[in-house]
Design a protein around this ligand. Structure first.
Ligand code: PEP
Length: 245
């Protein structure tokens, strides 16, 4: 299974910056055994489509609405993402769960709608610091993963474990925490008859990428801040290649 290094640009990136970024990635950026993907804001999906595909980099979106079309001002449908060349869509990112208020039910509806048009969801799960401190991490993850119950296990899926307290904070989980939590997630996925990649996300940067990616059960990284610059993103990709070799 190839490791995936995916860049989530969040609400960052203008056209010139994005084109410059892609140029700086070089001719053939994806090493053997590593898949690269980029999730820019919606406005950059169409403009980046050709440039990324020419470099073997998959395109993804950061969110989607679950209805196929209609009077939903400001929303983007799953089919629109396919039309823009997306393979991936991030669902359940903690910023959407906690800032926008998305519930597990809404995320499940989005998951089904994404599968219906052939998108591969990257489902984000993760606990708050208070929940970890109270020993509730596994309970939270179990609840968030329960939306997979009863879904077709043959459909494409990637999970991203992103402890909320590690996202955009510079506080990375320790390798012991990552190893232990990924083991639990894989156990739970097995119970749900799901065999898919589990990424780690949360302040991954060039300095910590290799040790995080080397943890058992970590099959790639979802990278926010450090994916905004081509050189730091590529250093993380190289770390993934080193670990995968
Ligand atoms: C993210 O947005 O998914 C993320 C992990 O962000 P950062 O790498 O900046 O913590």
């Amino acid at each position: 299974m190839r490791r995936l290094v995916a860049g989530n640009w969040k609400m960052n990136g203008l056209l010139d910056e994005a084109m410059q970024f892609v140029a700086e990635l070089g001719e053939n950026p994806a090493p053997e055994h590593v898949e690269m993907a980029l999730m820019p804001p919606f406005t950059l999906l169409h403009p980046l489509r050709e440039a990324l595909s020419a470099k073997g980099i998959a395109l993804g979106a950061q969110n989607v609405y679950f209805e196929p079309k209609g009077a939903f001002t400001g929303s983007i449908s799953p089919l629109m993402l396919r039309d823009a060349g997306c393979h991936y869509v991030i669902l359940g990112h903690s910023e959407r769960r906690h800032i926008i208020g998305e519930t597990d039910d809404v995320i499940r509806t989005k998951l089904l709608a994404s599968w219906a048009v052939g998108l591969e969801p990257i489902l984000c799960v993760g606990e708050h610091l208070k929940e970890r401190e109270a020993g509730k991490t596994n309970d939270v993850l179990k609840r968030q993963l329960a939306i997979l119950e009863g879904t077709d296990s043959g459909l494409p899926l990637t999970i991203a474990y992103e402890p909320v307290w590690a996202i955009g904070t510079g506080h990375t989980a320790t390798t012991a925490q990552v190893t232990e939590t990924h083991a639990y997630i894989h156990e739970e996925l097995n119970r749900l008859h799901r065999h898919c990649r589990v990424l780690y996300g949360g302040s991954v940067n060039p300095a910590n990428a290799e040790s995080l990616l080397a943890c058992p059960g970590v099959e790639g990284a979802l990278v926010g801040g450090a994916s905004l610059k081509a050189d730091s993103f590529m250093e993380i990709v190289q770390a993934a290649a080193k670990v995968a070799a």
